[in-house]
Structure formats: structure tokens, C-alpha cells
Ligand binder design. Structure first.
Ligand SMILES: NC(=O)CCC(=O)C(=O)O
Length: 332
């Protein structure tokens, strides 16, 4: 592991040395790591420096999926999320991700009452503060967003400085009817988003979808074509479609596109819309790396995105597509 350390020592007001910025970049060289740890120890102990360490995300990082109980009280939901973000920090996470509707019950009759402005509403502001306090990246699940007289199901993404770096609005609304089992019509109250959203954390490129979006392989493929390595889907499947399709769809998107897929559910509730739970991380080979139960928990996963390169080189499906044939058939 190589640690690249950038130190700017200055003398503080109390006459002690102070190190303003230390950027620690983890690569692969064990000896240099030891050397740099020694250097930091000398600075701290001999010169009595105070040190701020900022971890850069490289090919490897730890993500924590927060599968949380969600009730009717928005403030309590948000407080619970913040307390779990702090726990995930203690668990070594560098990125945390929340579920769909982490601040409100999931249901068309609730969206209007719980809707907020993005990024000025109280839930967003709490995420901004939490990101800054913990020095973490937060993929902020979703909240009902109010904008231009419309409602959206919106995911916000926050950097460790507390700034919103991206915002995605659910593109495919969850309108289904399985008679006697589940009928749901998000479009009764929500409007659909129209944009793909990608962002970089360090060297890693992420793409965002929300729940029902994972059924649409076109969206995942567009993200893969734009070089994304990790797709994150805050979600809330239910007790009918969850057992049938939740794992299958994530493994399919991961395997088809040779990407990591992270999907975050709320914990299973005992009334109203009952979420399936089972937040999951799947690798670019389609293997499930980590899977939660259905109760409140933090699901950690250590991701190494160089596995995407391995899968893509060894099974090069994106270079082997017979678009010449597909296009000919389509154009007939
Ligand atoms: N919140 C959603 O979009 C639910 C999607 C779902 O359950 C499905 O089966 O798809």
C-alpha cells in the first residue's frame, strides 16, 4: 500500500505545529505505508502536530447499505438515518447509502405531505450536515421532492464537504397491477425524471437508478456504456415482487453489464406497504457478495472495482455484440 501524504505544516496560535491537509491515497505498496505511518507518528508525537486525514477513494472502498425502519414521523426517520450514518462511519465505511423513501412511508397518499425542496428541505440539510460531520460520501436514498408544482421521487448524493454533487429523479414510475396481490400507481402523484445521473467518487464512476428502474436493462446498459462501474438502486420492493425478482434483477443487471450493483431497501414494516428488505451487493460476475435479512441492519461490503476490468476483459461481450445483425433485423 502506498500512502501519498501531502503535508502543509504551519505553526498554530499556541506555538504548536499544525498540519492543515493530509491527503492519504491508498495504493499497493506495504513498505511505503509503514514509512508514511512512521512519518505521521513522528509529526504527531515529536512536533505535536494536529492531523486531519482525508481518505481518497481508490479502486477499493467499503460501502455501507443502511436498511432502516421507516415510520410515520419524518424527523425520527431522519434522526435514525443520521445515527446509522455515524455507526457506519465507526464500521469503517467510506460511502453510505440509504433506501428509497428513507424519510417517509412509501405510498402515493404520503408523497405530497412529506415532499420537500431539494436541497433546502430538512432531510437534505440533515444529510449535508451528516456527510460533513462524518467525512463520508452519502448516497441519500430517496425523498419525495417538490419542484415546479410537481412531485418527484429523488435521490441526492453528498460529498464529505456537505455539498450535493448530484440529484437523480426516478425515471420509470412504479405502475403495476397484479390482481389480488399488488396494485400500485406512482404516476397518480409523481412525475418521472428524464435524466441519467452519473458521478465520480475518487476514481470510481457510479450510476443511479431507483427501485423499479432496475427492471429496465436499457438504463443499466447506458450507464455501462458511459463507463460506470457501480450502479446504486435505492429501492423498496414488496412481499409479492420481492421474492420473485429482487435478487434476480440485480444479478441480471450486474452480469449483463459487468458492474457492481448495490440495492438498498427499508427494513420490513409490519403494516402499510411492506418492504421486502434483503439489501444486496452483487459483483460484476453476478455473484451476490453480501445480502441483508429483513430487519434493520447495516450491510457492509468491500468493493474492488478492478474486478469490473477482469470481467470485461475475460468475457468481452461489449466488444462482441452483433449490432450489424441486430440492426438489420430491426430495420426490416
Ligand atoms: N418502489 C418501487 O419502485 C417498487 C418496485 C417493485 O416492487 C417492483 O416489483 O418492481
Amino acid at each position: 500500500m502506498t500512502i501519498v501524504v501531502i503535508l502543509i505544516p504551519t505553526v498554530g496560535k499556541n506555538g504548536k505545529y499544525k498540519v492543515n491537509h493530509v491527503n492519504v491515497n491508498l495504493l499497493n505498496d506495504f513498505v511505503l505505508t509503514l514509512f508514511n505511518i512512521l512519518l505521521l507518528k513522528i509529526l504527531i508525537n515529536v512536533f505535536k502536530c494536529s492531523v486531519t486525514i482525508q481518505t481518497m477513494i481508490g479502486n477499493r472502498f467499503r460501502i455501507a447499505l443502511l436498511q432502516l425502519n421507516v415510520g410515520a414521523d419524518r424527523s425520527k426517520n431522519v434522526e435514525n438515518a443520521v445515527s446509522y450514518i455515524n455507526k457506519a462511519k465507526s464500521g469503517g465505511a467510506q460511502i453510505v447509502a440509504l433506501s428509497e423513501c428513507f424519510n417517509s412511508p412509501y405510498g402515493t397518499k404520503f408523497f405530497n405531505d412529506y415532499a420537500e425542496n431539494v436541497p433546502d428541505g430538512p432531510s437534505c440539510q440533515a444529510l449535508s450536515k451528516a456527510a460533513k460531520a462524518t467525512n463520508l460520501y452519502i448516497i441519500g436514498g430517496t425523498i419525495p421532492e417538490r419542484a415546479d408544482g410537481k412531485l418527484y421521487n429523488t435521490c441526492t448524493i453528498w460529498n464529505p464537504q456537505g455539498q450535493m454533487i448530484a440529484k437523480y429523479r426516478k425515471m420509470h414510475l412504479f405502475d403495476i397491477d397484479i390482481p389480488g396481490r399488488i396494485t400500485f400507481k406512482e404516476s397518480d402523484s409523481l412525475s418521472a425524471g428524464n435524466e441519467l445521473v452519473m458521478f465520480n467518487i475518487g476514481t470510481v464512476k457510479f450510476g443511479i437508478g431507483i427501485c423499479y428502474d432496475m427492471r429496465f436493462e436499457e438504463l443499466a446498459k447506458l450507464y455501462r456504456q458511459q463507463q460506470c462501474q457501480v450502479l446504486v438502486y435505492p429501492g423498496a420492493f414488496n412481499m409479492t415482487t420481492g421474492p420473485m425478482h429482487w435478487e434476480l434483477l440485480q444479478r441480471s443487471r450486474a452480469n449483463d453489464n459487468q458492474v457492481f450493483v448495490c440495492a438498498i431497501s427499508p427494513a420490513r414494516a409490519d403494516r402499510g406497504y411492506i418492504a421486502w428488505g434483503h439489501s444486496q451487493v452483487t459483483d460484476p460476475w453476478g455473484k451476490v457478495l453480501a445480502k441483508a435479512g429483513h430487519e434493520e441492519e447495516i450491510l457492509y461490503s468491500d468493493i474492488n472495482v478492478s474486478e469490473c476490468d477482469d470481467a470485461r476483459q475475460q468475457i468481452p461481450i461489449f466488444a462482441q455484440r452483433r449490432v450489424d445483425i441486430y440492426n438489420t433485423v430491426l430495420n426490416k
